[in-house]
Design a protein around this ligand. Structure first.
Ligand code: 6PG
Length: 243
Protein backbone atom coordinates (compact mmCIF):
# COMPACT_ATOMS: atom_id res chain seq x y z
CA UNK A 1 0.00 0.00 0.00
CA UNK A 2 1.49 3.24 -1.16
CA UNK A 3 -0.07 6.24 0.60
CA UNK A 4 0.65 9.37 -1.41
CA UNK A 5 0.21 12.37 0.89
CA UNK A 6 -0.55 15.87 -0.45
CA UNK A 7 -0.69 18.48 2.29
CA UNK A 8 -2.04 22.01 1.81
CA UNK A 9 -2.23 25.09 3.98
CA UNK A 10 -5.97 25.01 4.52
CA UNK A 11 -9.22 23.45 3.34
CA UNK A 12 -9.63 25.89 0.46
CA UNK A 13 -6.18 25.12 -0.93
CA UNK A 14 -6.93 21.41 -0.56
CA UNK A 15 -10.13 21.81 -2.56
CA UNK A 16 -8.28 23.92 -5.11
CA UNK A 17 -5.68 21.18 -5.60
CA UNK A 18 -8.45 18.69 -6.41
CA UNK A 19 -10.13 21.20 -8.73
CA UNK A 20 -6.84 21.69 -10.56
CA UNK A 21 -6.40 17.92 -10.89
CA UNK A 22 -9.89 17.62 -12.38
CA UNK A 23 -9.15 20.52 -14.75
CA UNK A 24 -5.84 19.02 -15.90
CA UNK A 25 -7.32 15.58 -16.51
CA UNK A 26 -10.50 16.89 -18.13
CA UNK A 27 -8.44 18.93 -20.63
CA UNK A 28 -6.27 15.91 -21.37
CA UNK A 29 -9.24 13.55 -21.81
CA UNK A 30 -11.08 16.12 -23.93
CA UNK A 31 -8.06 16.45 -26.23
CA UNK A 32 -8.35 12.70 -26.87
CA UNK A 33 -12.16 12.88 -27.23
CA UNK A 34 -12.51 10.76 -24.08
CA UNK A 35 -14.90 11.09 -21.14
CA UNK A 36 -13.46 11.74 -17.68
CA UNK A 37 -15.63 9.73 -15.30
CA UNK A 38 -15.63 10.86 -11.68
CA UNK A 39 -17.43 9.35 -8.68
CA UNK A 40 -18.29 11.87 -5.96
CA UNK A 41 -18.70 11.25 -2.26
CA UNK A 42 -21.08 13.06 0.02
CA UNK A 43 -20.59 14.56 3.43
CA UNK A 44 -19.30 18.06 4.11
CA UNK A 45 -15.75 17.86 2.76
CA UNK A 46 -16.53 17.92 -0.97
CA UNK A 47 -18.83 20.95 -0.59
CA UNK A 48 -15.89 23.36 -0.72
CA UNK A 49 -14.72 21.70 -3.94
CA UNK A 50 -18.19 22.00 -5.48
CA UNK A 51 -18.39 25.70 -4.58
CA UNK A 52 -14.91 26.35 -5.99
CA UNK A 53 -15.76 24.59 -9.26
CA UNK A 54 -19.02 26.54 -9.43
CA UNK A 55 -17.41 29.91 -8.74
CA UNK A 56 -14.11 29.69 -10.59
CA UNK A 57 -14.00 26.82 -13.11
CA UNK A 58 -16.99 27.32 -15.40
CA UNK A 59 -14.74 28.50 -18.21
CA UNK A 60 -11.58 26.60 -17.29
CA UNK A 61 -12.81 23.04 -17.78
CA UNK A 62 -14.27 21.37 -20.92
CA UNK A 63 -17.33 20.20 -18.98
CA UNK A 64 -18.77 18.22 -21.90
CA UNK A 65 -15.89 15.77 -21.30
CA UNK A 66 -16.59 15.34 -17.57
CA UNK A 67 -19.23 12.97 -16.22
CA UNK A 68 -20.31 12.78 -12.62
CA UNK A 69 -21.41 9.66 -10.78
CA UNK A 70 -21.77 9.00 -7.05
CA UNK A 71 -19.82 6.89 -4.59
CA UNK A 72 -22.83 6.68 -2.33
CA UNK A 73 -26.22 8.22 -1.64
CA UNK A 74 -28.58 8.41 1.25
CA UNK A 75 -31.97 6.80 0.64
CA UNK A 76 -33.86 10.07 0.70
CA UNK A 77 -35.48 12.37 -1.87
CA UNK A 78 -32.98 14.38 -3.96
CA UNK A 79 -34.43 17.53 -2.42
CA UNK A 80 -33.70 16.31 1.11
CA UNK A 81 -30.89 18.18 2.92
CA UNK A 82 -29.33 14.76 3.55
CA UNK A 83 -29.05 13.99 -0.18
CA UNK A 84 -25.48 13.88 -1.51
CA UNK A 85 -26.79 14.70 -4.97
CA UNK A 86 -28.91 17.48 -3.50
CA UNK A 87 -25.86 19.14 -1.93
CA UNK A 88 -23.91 18.88 -5.19
CA UNK A 89 -26.86 20.26 -7.12
CA UNK A 90 -27.35 23.22 -4.80
CA UNK A 91 -23.66 24.13 -4.81
CA UNK A 92 -22.62 23.25 -8.37
CA UNK A 93 -25.03 21.67 -10.82
CA UNK A 94 -27.78 24.27 -10.42
CA UNK A 95 -25.39 26.72 -12.12
CA UNK A 96 -26.32 24.91 -15.32
CA UNK A 97 -22.94 24.84 -17.07
CA UNK A 98 -22.46 21.10 -16.60
CA UNK A 99 -24.50 19.20 -19.20
CA UNK A 100 -27.42 17.43 -17.49
CA UNK A 101 -26.69 14.29 -19.53
CA UNK A 102 -23.29 14.14 -17.79
CA UNK A 103 -24.81 13.80 -14.33
CA UNK A 104 -25.73 10.28 -13.20
CA UNK A 105 -27.23 10.48 -9.72
CA UNK A 106 -28.10 7.55 -7.54
CA UNK A 107 -31.86 7.76 -6.97
CA UNK A 108 -32.17 7.74 -3.19
CA UNK A 109 -35.93 7.99 -3.47
CA UNK A 110 -36.25 4.57 -5.11
CA UNK A 111 -36.49 1.17 -3.37
CA UNK A 112 -32.87 0.62 -2.24
CA UNK A 113 -32.42 -2.87 -3.68
CA UNK A 114 -33.96 -1.80 -6.99
CA UNK A 115 -31.73 1.29 -7.18
CA UNK A 116 -28.57 -0.66 -6.35
CA UNK A 117 -29.39 -2.98 -9.25
CA UNK A 118 -30.28 -0.13 -11.59
CA UNK A 119 -27.11 1.80 -10.79
CA UNK A 120 -24.94 -1.28 -11.18
CA UNK A 121 -26.43 -1.82 -14.66
CA UNK A 122 -26.00 1.88 -15.45
CA UNK A 123 -22.30 1.69 -14.56
CA UNK A 124 -21.90 -1.39 -16.77
CA UNK A 125 -23.49 0.54 -19.63
CA UNK A 126 -21.69 3.84 -19.13
CA UNK A 127 -18.18 2.87 -18.01
CA UNK A 128 -15.43 0.62 -19.27
CA UNK A 129 -15.06 -2.57 -17.24
CA UNK A 130 -12.02 -4.52 -16.08
CA UNK A 131 -11.92 -7.60 -13.85
CA UNK A 132 -15.74 -7.61 -14.26
CA UNK A 133 -16.12 -4.28 -12.43
CA UNK A 134 -16.71 -0.76 -13.82
CA UNK A 135 -13.68 1.53 -14.05
CA UNK A 136 -13.86 5.13 -12.86
CA UNK A 137 -11.09 7.53 -13.79
CA UNK A 138 -11.32 9.21 -10.40
CA UNK A 139 -13.06 8.29 -7.16
CA UNK A 140 -13.21 11.06 -4.57
CA UNK A 141 -13.65 9.66 -1.07
CA UNK A 142 -14.19 11.02 2.38
CA UNK A 143 -13.33 9.28 5.62
CA UNK A 144 -15.42 9.01 8.75
CA UNK A 145 -13.96 9.06 12.25
CA UNK A 146 -14.96 5.38 12.52
CA UNK A 147 -12.86 4.61 9.46
CA UNK A 148 -15.81 4.26 7.09
CA UNK A 149 -15.61 5.43 3.53
CA UNK A 150 -18.35 5.57 0.93
CA UNK A 151 -21.11 3.88 2.90
CA UNK A 152 -18.93 0.94 3.85
CA UNK A 153 -18.74 0.85 7.66
CA UNK A 154 -16.69 -1.29 10.03
CA UNK A 155 -19.74 -3.46 10.80
CA UNK A 156 -20.29 -4.29 7.10
CA UNK A 157 -16.66 -4.23 6.00
CA UNK A 158 -17.43 -7.28 3.88
CA UNK A 159 -18.81 -4.87 1.28
CA UNK A 160 -15.16 -4.34 0.39
CA UNK A 161 -15.21 -7.80 -1.20
CA UNK A 162 -18.75 -7.96 -2.50
CA UNK A 163 -19.13 -9.43 -5.99
CA UNK A 164 -21.76 -6.75 -6.62
CA UNK A 165 -20.56 -3.39 -7.93
CA UNK A 166 -23.24 -1.45 -6.04
CA UNK A 167 -24.89 -2.47 -2.75
CA UNK A 168 -27.40 -1.36 -0.14
CA UNK A 169 -25.89 -0.30 3.17
CA UNK A 170 -27.18 1.25 6.36
CA UNK A 171 -25.67 3.84 8.66
CA UNK A 172 -24.82 2.03 11.93
CA UNK A 173 -26.23 4.74 14.17
CA UNK A 174 -28.98 6.51 12.26
CA UNK A 175 -29.94 3.26 10.48
CA UNK A 176 -30.47 5.39 7.39
CA UNK A 177 -30.38 3.20 4.28
CA UNK A 178 -27.66 4.01 1.77
CA UNK A 179 -26.73 3.03 -1.79
CA UNK A 180 -22.98 2.56 -2.10
CA UNK A 181 -20.29 1.53 -4.51
CA UNK A 182 -18.61 -1.58 -3.16
CA UNK A 183 -14.91 -1.99 -2.45
CA UNK A 184 -14.10 -3.75 -5.70
CA UNK A 185 -15.68 -0.95 -7.74
CA UNK A 186 -13.88 1.76 -5.78
CA UNK A 187 -10.53 -0.05 -5.98
CA UNK A 188 -10.96 -0.63 -9.71
CA UNK A 189 -10.60 3.12 -10.31
CA UNK A 190 -7.53 4.60 -11.93
CA UNK A 191 -7.10 7.34 -9.30
CA UNK A 192 -8.46 7.19 -5.76
CA UNK A 193 -8.29 10.31 -3.62
CA UNK A 194 -9.28 10.73 0.01
CA UNK A 195 -10.07 14.34 0.89
CA UNK A 196 -9.73 15.07 4.58
CA UNK A 197 -9.50 18.47 6.24
CA UNK A 198 -9.68 19.79 9.77
CA UNK A 199 -8.41 18.68 13.15
CA UNK A 200 -11.26 16.18 13.47
CA UNK A 201 -9.63 13.94 10.83
CA UNK A 202 -6.19 13.96 12.49
CA UNK A 203 -6.61 10.82 14.61
CA UNK A 204 -8.18 8.60 11.97
CA UNK A 205 -5.57 9.66 9.41
CA UNK A 206 -2.71 8.87 11.80
CA UNK A 207 -4.20 5.46 12.61
CA UNK A 208 -4.60 4.57 8.94
CA UNK A 209 -1.47 6.11 7.43
CA UNK A 210 0.73 4.87 10.26
CA UNK A 211 -0.92 1.45 9.81
CA UNK A 212 -1.80 1.16 13.49
CA UNK A 213 -3.36 -2.15 14.58
CA UNK A 214 -6.79 -0.60 15.15
CA UNK A 215 -6.85 0.47 11.49
CA UNK A 216 -7.38 -3.16 10.52
CA UNK A 217 -11.04 -2.59 11.47
CA UNK A 218 -11.41 0.40 9.16
CA UNK A 219 -12.77 -0.07 5.60
CA UNK A 220 -10.79 3.02 4.53
CA UNK A 221 -7.55 1.16 5.35
CA UNK A 222 -8.11 -1.30 2.52
CA UNK A 223 -8.80 1.14 -0.29
CA UNK A 224 -6.12 1.13 -2.98
CA UNK A 225 -6.09 1.00 -6.75
CA UNK A 226 -4.78 -1.95 -8.76
CA UNK A 227 -1.28 -0.49 -8.48
CA UNK A 228 -1.57 -0.41 -4.71
CA UNK A 229 -1.81 3.38 -4.67
CA UNK A 230 -4.14 5.77 -2.87
CA UNK A 231 -3.77 9.53 -2.42
CA UNK A 232 -4.64 11.70 0.54
CA UNK A 233 -5.37 15.37 -0.06
CA UNK A 234 -5.29 16.99 3.37
CA UNK A 235 -4.87 20.36 5.00
CA UNK A 236 -2.13 20.96 7.59
CA UNK A 237 -4.61 20.67 10.41
CA UNK A 238 -5.71 17.17 9.43
CA UNK A 239 -2.20 16.06 8.49
CA UNK A 240 -0.46 17.26 11.67
CA UNK A 241 2.12 14.78 13.03
CA UNK A 242 1.86 12.48 10.01
CA UNK A 243 5.19 10.92 9.04
C1 6PG B 1 -21.52 10.18 2.97
C2 6PG B 1 -20.13 10.05 2.48
C3 6PG B 1 -19.24 9.57 3.59
C4 6PG B 1 -18.34 10.74 3.90
C5 6PG B 1 -17.65 10.57 5.22
C6 6PG B 1 -16.87 11.84 5.57
O1 6PG B 1 -22.46 9.93 2.21
O2 6PG B 1 -21.65 10.63 4.12
O3 6PG B 1 -19.92 9.49 1.32
O4 6PG B 1 -18.48 8.43 3.29
O5 6PG B 1 -17.38 10.86 2.86
O6 6PG B 1 -18.65 10.34 6.20
O7 6PG B 1 -17.79 12.89 5.69
P1 6PG B 1 -17.30 14.40 5.92
O8 6PG B 1 -16.72 14.84 4.62
O9 6PG B 1 -18.56 15.15 6.28
O10 6PG B 1 -16.29 14.36 7.04
Amino acid sequence: MNYKKHIFKNSEETARAVAELIKENAISFDSESRQYNIALSGGSTPTQLFKLLADEYENQIPWSAVRFFWVDERCVEPTDTESNYGVAYDTLFQKGFIPKQNIFRMKGEEIPTDEAKRYSELLDNELPTSNKFPVFDLVLLGIGDDGHTASIFPYNIELLNSEKSVAVSQHPISRQKRITLTGKTICNAKDIIFMAVGEGKRKILQEIIHKELIAQKYPASFIQNNLGEVEFYMDESAAKDLY
